[in-house]
Design a binder for this molecule. Sequence first.
Ligand code: KIV
Ligand code: ZN
Length: 536
Amino acid sequence: MDTDVRSETPARIAIFDTTLRDGEQSPGCSMTAKQKLRFAHALTELGVDIVETGFPASSESELTACAAIVREVRGATLATLARCHVGDIEACARALEGAERPRIHVFISTSPLHRDHKLGLSKAEVLERAVMGVTLARRYAEDVEFSAEDALRTEPEFLADICSAALAAGARTLNIPDTVGYTTPGEIRALFEYLRANVKNADQAIFSAHCHDDLGLAVANSLAAIEGGARQVECTINGVGERAGNCALEELVMALEVRRAYFDAATGIHTERLVPTSRLLTRITGMNVQRNKAIVGANAFAHESGIHQHGMLKHRGTYEILLPESVGWAKSQMIMGRHSGRAALADRLRELGFALDETQLNQVFGRFKTLTEKKREVFDADLEALALGIDGRAIGGWRLSRLHVSTGIGDGILPTASVELCSPDGERVTEAATGDGPVHALFAALARGTRTHLDIESYQVSSVTTGEDAQGQASLTARVRSDEGVAEEVTGSATSTDILEASALAWLDIVNRVQRRRVPEAIADAAPVEALTAIG
Ligand code: KIV
Ligand code: ZN
């Protein structure tokens, strides 16, 4: 980062992302070198200031992965981690060779517990090693960061001494990790204030917070550290990291963004890249975020209760403090369910392309309420079926009549899918295709049958009930171009006890949804609500 983060107003907070180091070393998050490289590119597109690429001394392959990032990735400072050991620091130097903006990040434990039980070193010995580490690192890089591991359980006077010594030895950033997620907002804020008052030449240092989430306080503690004077925050996408994880980048950044006036601080993050970056990490690691996760969880902008939906329709600000688009979501999703009201149903149907009059809407609403007693969540496809007739045969939309998929493992076995579809005009279409796997073959057969190519961005199958007969819900997102040439994300979902059927229906859901948007009037005309009388 070129700007001086120590003196700006609003304060410029440097975002140091450690997904590829602290995140990657946690269970379920490991990545191949290729995946790390891909994710490092995504982080720079997101606008992070510093990417911590790894811990090169941990293995030769880790060093190679860090070096590959250095060769290709531009735009951010690239950091590597080292203990205050000669070998570690030399490995960092090798990994960073040729970097545009290299940073060596050295650390040593400072708390009495770590000094006595982990290192077996006195305070003086720890301080001496810290100075050695920073001095050696400075031979290889101008930009050196020093971390006092377990700082929040370290005597504040000793912490100030070791920070002063590291700064004098040439460190530029002083990182104060809450390694075990033990601190509280008030405490960490006071510690940063104390350090800024007691570290010698503190005005020449950038103080940094690195909070773990063991008590669920990592984001709150990082924000409090900013209030105490931190100008760099170390965090990870989706909050991944050791044990309960690290400070979640997306939450911290949006707290600063939404409460800009309160914190008087800003980051350089392109917030509309937050959701795509979070999704990319999920796809790479297979580690999903919980639905109700702030900012990037599937429910973060979903409104189900009738009162909330009604409020949202009147004014978004009633129940949303930030625009879903501002973090990269397509828009708010109204999940239709038991608590949804008539206004929300009318709105959703309008979006789906139905123009119903008052009487027709009342009829559909009655049917909708009956359906919600049987189904917990009602998807767009269900609403369309309600509005179209008992099975959607009345008009519009591709329907799946038959499906056969064969797959297996072994020489000469090729996953194959055949489908029989009913076209929007009622024509019977059969197609078959092979693929790399059963789902690939199935989507290829559907693409041939409907003559539609979908750029699938994400595909997820999850269980919506429990037990052997669990219903699988397939969710697909595709990038589709409108007639005006505008690219947008369209999501389709479907549920079935057969996950391949659910996947095929979700795929067709997208195709039908796109078509319906293009010809809403035709659909409204051709969908007489009398057809509803057939619903039992
Ligand atoms: O949590 C921690 O203390 C760390 C340091 C190595 C910065 O990850
Ligand atoms: Zn950590």
